[in-house]
Write a new protein. Structure first.
Length: 163
C-alpha cells in the first residue's frame, strides 16, 4: 500500500488537496482510502454520548458500531501503525493521510504563506510543496507547485505512484 501525507497549517488547503488526490487516483482505477487526523482537540464529532462510547467507558478495549454503511471503532491511544494495519487489511492501493505531521511517510507540504516554510524544519520526508503564494526562489530537493498547477501536480502524483 502506497501512503502519501498531506501536511500544513490549519486552513492551508489540506482537505481540498487530499480530496483532489483521492478523486484523481480513483479515476485512474487505484483503490484509494483516506485517514485524517482530527487536529482540533478532543474526539471527532459523532462519538460522544453514544452507546458505543458507554461501552468504552465501561472498559471495553475496543468499541465498534456499524450502521448505514459506517463502521466506527473507538480505542484508547490508537497508534498510526494500528490504523494503517486496518487499512492494509482492506486491500487498499493508496492511503492519503491528512495530517499526522510526525510520521515519516512521503509528504506534500502545503504552504499558504511564505512563513509556513518553517514546517520544513519540523517534518521529514517532504516530496513536494504546493503553495498558494509565489515563493522566493530557493533550491529545494523536490518540486514546488503553485496550487493552480493541478495538471502538473497530478502528473507528479502519478510518477510517485509508479515508483
Amino acid at each position: 500500500m502506497d501512503i502519501i501525507q498531506i501536511v500544513g497549517y490549519k486552513n492551508s488547503g489540506k482537505t481540498t488537496i487530499a480530496a483532489q488526490f483521492i478523486e484523481y487516483a480513483i479515476n485512474k482505477g487505484i483503490r484509494t482510502a483516506s485517514l485524517k487526523h482530527h487536529g482540533h482537540g478532543g474526539k471527532p464529532e459523532g462519538i460522544k454520548d453514544t452507546d458505543s462510547e458507554k461501552h468504552s467507558q465501561a472498559g471495553a478495549v475496543i468499541s465498534g458500531v456499524e450502521g448505514g454503511n459506517v463502521f466506527q471503532l473507538s480505542k484508547e491511544n490508537w497508534t498510526v501503525e494500528e490504523m494503517i494495519y486496518i487499512y492494509s487489511m482492506m486491500h487498499i492501493d493508496l492511503l492519503v493521510m491528512e495530517g499526522f505531521k510526525s510520521c515519516s511517510f512521503p509528504k506534500v507540504l502545503l504552504v499558504s504563506r511564505e512563513e509556513e516554510l518553517e514546517l520544513l524544519d519540523q517534518v521529514e520526508n517532504v516530496q513536494a510543496i504546493i503553495t498558494q503564494v509565489a515563493l522566493e526562489k530557493h533550491s529545494y530537493p523536490f518540486p514546488v507547485f503553485h496550487v493552480s498547477e493541478i495538471n502538473r501536480i497530478y502528473k507528479w502524483l502519478e510518477e510517485q505512484l509508479q515508483n
